[in-house]
Design a protein around this ligand. Structure first.
Ligand SMILES: Nc1ncnc2c1ncn2[C@@H]1O[C@H](COP(=O)(O)OP(=O)(O)OP(=O)(O)O)[C@@H](O)[C@H]1O
Ligand SMILES: [Mg+2]
Length: 260
């Protein structure tokens, strides 16, 4: 059994990640509570994916400490991975397998019983409208269909923590809605989810708290009303807050320059 430190699912302290001279993550301190849906936002290249990969031990930090579900990720990466479901930014699936073969394989990796595996795979294939296509090779799937397989593989073994890097990528509105509802239901069961996204309306609708990254640093952190206060935009939605805080609210001038 894993122990958890207090009610924290994730704790990053002074985390730094450099790719040669490029500072991708710069002194990041972040605590995420158990049972929270946390949204990680930020412009392209701000360090979201690097941060999420460090939570899984896929990328090693140069400095700082990372505790996930009470475990030091560097020392105990397998124990962490067993309890985490991960959807990478560009999922690499075994494309020569069929959808059902792939999901079956993932279920085996997590040691699921045949019965549980079968019933959960069937439910998810149905919910995400992949029924009837599960016997086709993954290489023949559309982008959104591949994304659905990646999502099902993350949810399949009922992980306590979901790390989702742009989970709604390529999904049609109905499927995005279903993923949103599933996350909400899982939260009720105590599951923690950390997701990066550029879909601000979804982040606003489902995230308990949001962190906005900018150039490797956490620029703002809080729930919607706290973010509104920080941006001094009392009546605004997340898009305006995001644009103001990341200094990209002067879009009109940029577009005019382009069209000159
Ligand atoms: N493997 C790598 N080698 C070198 N540089 C990298 C590598 N991975 C990421 N970077 C750099 O680190 C910075 C942060 O990248 P990261 O992928 O974490 O950004 P992101 O916030 O996820 O962006 P996006 O919204 O485009 O997905 C970028 O400047 C990127 O070029
Ligand atoms: Mg990314």
């Amino acid at each position: 059994m894993l122990t958890t430190s207090g009610a924290l699912a994730v704790e990053l302290k002074g985390v730094v990640k450099r790719y040669h001279k490029l500072l991708a993550v710069n002194q990041l301190n972040l605590s995420i509570n158990m049972g929270e849906i946390f949204g990680l936002l930020g412009p392209n290249g701000s360090g979201k994916s690097t941060t999420l990969k460090m939570l899984l031990g896929l990328v090693k930090p140069d400095e700082g400490s990372i505790i996930v579900l009470g475990k030091d990720v560097q020392k105990d990466p397998v124990a962490v991975k067993q309890q985490v479901g991960y959807v990478p930014e560009s999922p690499r699936l075994y494309e020569f397998l069929t959808g059902i073969e792939y999901l079956d394989f993932i279920g085996d990796i997590y040691g699921m019983s045949t019965e549980e595996k079968k019933s959960r795979i069937t439910e998810y294939l149905k919910a995400l409208q992949l029924e009837g296509r599960e016997g086709d090779m993954i290489s023949s799937y559309s982008e959104g269909m591949k994304q659905k397989i990646a999502l099902i593989s993350a949810f399949l073994h009922k992980p306590r923590l979901l790390i989702l890097d742009e989970p709604l990528n390529a999904l049609d509105p109905r499927s995005a809605r279903i993923v949103k509802e599933v996350l909400h239901k899982l939260k009720m069961q105590g599951v923690t989810a950390i997701m990066s996204t550029h879909v601000l309306e979804i982040a606003q609708a489902i995230c308990d708290r949001i962190g906005i990254m900018y150039q490797g640093k956490l620029l703002a952190l809080g729930n919607m009303s706290e973010l509104r206060q920080m941006a001094k935009l009392p009546d605004s939605g997340l898009e305006d807050i995001f644009l103001k805080l990341t200094g990209t609210d002067d879009l009109k001038a940029v577009v005019e320059e382009l069209l000159k």
